[in-house]
Ligand binder design. Structure first.
Ligand code: UDP
Length: 243
């Protein structure tokens, strides 16, 4: 197995620091092949325990980075060597900065029609040299799916950001891997909501003490039910260490 790859409960991760992850992104962007970037957090690792098809899809990621302090804690306990979390939204920011300098193009797919439009506008304001080739909301039925792929293929963006939540976004990126005419597709969860201004990222202090997840639960009570999986994840980590 590749030295840079570790597995946490069967879910693949690349053991990269920020710089190595970015180098890998550049490599993926410049090769003539479709690539996928995933950013699993504890919730995703737990989903993959029950959904083996999802686990297999995650294993197909060409760059898989740990999003969430829970993964880093698990890695420390299990001595996997993942030292630092690399939030998907921050990787997206580095990619946007690069696209702005290198005049690369993007397409945004996901969130509501209103939010994705606002996100596109705000990205363009901060990064005027990025070519936003298009955007589309993430609420469509199966019948529309191929039409959306066609729309993306017509404009051939370098990078496709897919923000439809897990596991939907990764499954979508994988399902259309053979027909999507983009270089890199990246699953970015709630990032379009953040770019639209509809959702605020946690203040720096929360991020610094690794409590961004807690802030997200507090500010969005709908996430409380989802957060129940976090203690289950930690228990699984502790039990597996004993085992
Ligand atoms: N979403 C979507 N289509 C769907 C379901 C969800 O576009 O069918 C969007 C939703 O509007 C939100 C994002 O997917 O913008 C999921 O955000 P969430 O915060 O749940 O993602 P996380 O970062 O936690 O994975």
């Amino acid at each position: 197995m590749d030295d840079n790859i570790v597995k946490l409960f069967g879910v693949k991760f690349h053991k990269f620091d920020e710089e190595q992850a970015f180098k890998r992104f550049l490599y993926l962007l410049n090769r003539s092949k479709y690539s996928m970037i995933f950013t699993p957090n504890p919730e995703i690792v737990m989903m993959a325990q029950k959904d083996l098809e999802y686990k297999d899809i995650l294993a197909e990621g060409d760059l898989v980075i740990p999003d969430g302090i829970g993964i880093i804690l698990a890695s420390r306990i299990k001595k996997l060597g993942l030292d630092k979390r690399l939030p998907g939204i921050e990787m997206m920011e580095s990619i946007l900065k690069y696209c702005n300098n290198a005049k690369k193009s993007i397409y945004l797919l996901g969130s509501s029609a209103d939010n994705v439009e606002k996100a596109a506008h705000n990205i363009k304001t901060v990064y005027p040299n990025i070519e936003i080739k298009g955007y589309h909301d993430g609420y469509f039925d199966d019948a529309e799916e191929l039409h959306i792929v066609d729309k993306i293929n017509e404009v051939k963006p370098d990078i496709l950001f897919v923000a439809m939540g897990a596991p939907k976004q990764e499954k979508w990126m994988y399902k259309h891997r053979k027909i999507l005419n983009v270089k890199v597709a990246m699953g970015v969860g709630g990032a379009i909501d953040v770019w639209s201004g509809a959702v605020k990222r946690a203040p720096k202090l929360f991020r610094k003490v690794h409590l961004e997840w807690f802030y997200r639960i507090m500010t969005n009570p709908k996430r409380i039910k989802r957060s129940f999986v976090l203690p289950q994840f930690l228990l699984k980590v502790l039990l597996s260490r004993r085992g």
